[in-house]
Write a protein that binds this ligand. Structure first.
Ligand SMILES: CC(C)(COP(=O)(O)OP(=O)(O)OC[C@H]1O[C@@H](n2cnc3c(N)ncnc32)[C@H](O)[C@@H]1OP(=O)(O)O)[C@@H](O)C(=O)NCCC(=O)NCCS
Length: 223
């Protein structure tokens, strides 16, 4: 019995995941993937190459189904995963054939790792994390569950990121810093001093535009 993958969200990232799954024959073979379809509560904004087979709310898991949530917003993603888990859905972890994982890297359930990503040795990618294309994740980095890395983010070695953080495209985080849960890092930001939980920072100086702005302690491990 082949597996059916259901991508939650037929938006831009969901369509990307569909194409990357199609372009990952090794992954499809290893996981016995037959067909791929979408779950979405709305109509697609752009043409799809596979059907929307159900709304999220109306979805009833089938025995060969595995679900992967392709919604970029960490909070929305968490609530959809909670809803689906409550229905008994089982989750698929997708690592694109064109991603490179170092020794001892752990990728959590339901996570998505896109083409061109490089993850260095010992990094831990939490459940339902999204690592968009061309990101680099340094050695021994920890990414908390439901965190989102937009394209070309660079998280350097031993950085520790809490749950449900969001990084805009091309953001850079220097080594051994801590980024708290629910933090938002703006596109193109350079983080040199850690980010408190629930805080939004932007720019090359990590200017705080929302939240407390308190600096968290640095991650404790040394290189
Ligand atoms: C950080 C971010 C979430 C802030 O959004 P917001 O809360 O709506 O912020 P605003 O647009 O109201 O801007 C507030 C201030 O921050 C500045 N700012 C916002 N984003 C910035 C960024 N990425 N870099 C530098 N400054 C930024 C604005 O210029 C504004 O400055 P001002 O108060 O001096 O005028 C958003 O700008 C961002 O960078 N999102 C990431 C987008 C992205 O990469 N998506 C992935 C697509 S695949």
């Amino acid at each position: 019995m082949t597996r059916r993958i259901l991508i939650v969200g037929a938006g831009g990232f969901g369509r990307g995941v569909f194409g990357w799954l199609e372009g990952s024959p090794r992954h499809r073979f290893l996981h016995g993937i037959g067909d791929v379809a979408f779950l979405d509560d709305g109509a697609p904004a752009a043409p799809l190459l596979a059907p929307i087979v159900s709304t999220v709310r109306g979805y009833v898991p089938g025995p060969r189904d595995r679900v992967v949530c392709a919604v970029a917003d960490p909070g929305v993603r968490r609530s959809l995963v909670d809803l689906l888990r409550g229905r008994g859905a089982r989750f698929h972890t997708f690592v694109d054939d064109r991603a490179v994982l170092g020794q001892g890297v752990v990728v959590g359930t339901g996570a998505v790792v896109c083409p061109g990503v490089v993850v260095s040795a010992g990094a831990r990618i939490g459940d339902h994390v999204q690592v968009n294309f061309n990101c680099s994740v340094g050695h021994d980095v920890v990414l908390g569950a439901f965190t989102t890395l937009s394209p070309s983010v660079n998280i350097m070695g031993e950085v520790q990121v809490g749950e449900s953080a969001f990084f805009g495209g091309s953001a850079v985080v220097l080594p051994r810093l801590a980024v708290g849960a629910g933090a938002v890092v703006g596109a193109g930001a350079t983080i040199r001093g850690g980010v408190a939980a629930g805080t939004t920072v932007v720019g090359s100086d990590g200017r705080v535009i929302a939240g407390s702005g308190e600096r968290p302690v640095r991650a404790v491990r040394s290189s």
